[in-house]
Design a protein around this ligand. Structure first.
Ligand SMILES: Nc1ncnc2c1ncn2[C@@H]1O[C@H](COP(=O)(O)OP(=O)(O)O)[C@@H](O)[C@H]1O
Ligand SMILES: [Mg+2]
Length: 252
């Protein structure tokens, strides 16, 4: 089942072109796709363009089941917190966004399930303004998932999380994508996380796509040299998985 594919996608802010000519094959339902690339490459802009928040040339192809109101959900990088709401209220608000205010028992049950899965049920009645950055990031993930989108765009969702929670969240997203038939696109900086959890990887540099394909094929020493200007090795760890080691930056 195809969920999302991009064709000749571009974006501009005013007259400045930020992103051009991004085309991908179909990113299948149930898979995780890493969006990687240096700072200011255009990763967040790509997500905003896919989510329809900014305009530009090209087409976002969505399969029929992903075109509805709950089709595509975007979890921004900076999640401005409305400090007067509790965690529970904020997730409930996300669940009801754009629909009526009638709350079904099943929706409350789903919120409980999500807060437990993300191990933040103990924070349910704390105000968002009193949370740490990492705790707020977990709440944003609950808000993004509560409507069960078909395509989920997560902009650096693990940037404020400790080691344990980074792994928990990525493993959870992988299970959830598989179980719900959701296509998840995740902007990431930790390439070992991409290697471990993401089926495909798309590399963005200077506003355009420089590589895409199965993660293990895309992340190579040659690519890392060109795109990130680092000398790196992809070795096989003692458990047989690929592991990236960065030896240093390339000489300028
Ligand atoms: N609202 C905006 N107006 C003008 N330029 C922007 C805006 N947002 C981002 N940019 C520029 O677009 C480029 C890509 O930014 P972004 O997509 O946020 O990069 P990334 O997420 O890969 O770090 C950067 O040069 C950034 O300065
Ligand atoms: Mg960004």
């Amino acid at each position: 089942m195809v969920t999302i594919a991009l064709e000749g996608l571009g974006a501009h802010y005013g007259k400045r072109t930020i992103l051009s000519d991004i085309s991908t094959p179909a990113l299948p339902a149930g898979s995780l796709t890493a969006i990687i690339g240096p700072n200011a490459a255009g990763k967040s802009t790509l997500f905003k363009r896919i989510a329809g928040l900014i305009s530009g040339p090209g087409t976002v192809h969505l399969s029929d089941d992903a075109t509805g109101r709950d089709g595509v959900r975007y979890m921004p990088q900076d999640t401005g917190a409305n400090a007067v709401l509790s965690v529970y209220e904020s997730v409930l608000l996300a669940a009801k966004q754009g629909s009526g205010w009638r709350v079904e028992d099943s929706e409350l049950a789903e919120i409980d399930t999500l807060l437990r899965a993300l191990q933040i049920e103990g924070l349910a009645f704390r105000n968002l303004g009193e949370l740490s950055g990492g705790q707020r990031q977990l709440v944003s993930i609950a808000q993004a998932l509560v409507r069960k989108p078909k395509v989920l765009l997560m902009d650096e969702p693990t940037s404020a999380l400790d080691l344990y929670r980074q792994i928990e969240v990525l493993a959870f997203m992988q299970r959830r994508a598989r179980a719900e038939g959701m296509a998840v696109l995740i902007a990431l900086h930790d390439l070992n996380h991409a290697l471990r959890y993401c089926d495909q990887t798309i590399v963005i540099a200077q506003g355009t796509m420089v590589a895409s394909g199965p993660t293990g094929e895309v992340i190579s020493p040659a690519l890392l040299r060109t795109v990130y200007h680092v000398e790196a090795r992809v070795e096989t760890c003692s458990q047989g998985r690929p592991f990236l080691i960065v030896d240093g930056t390339t000489a300028a």
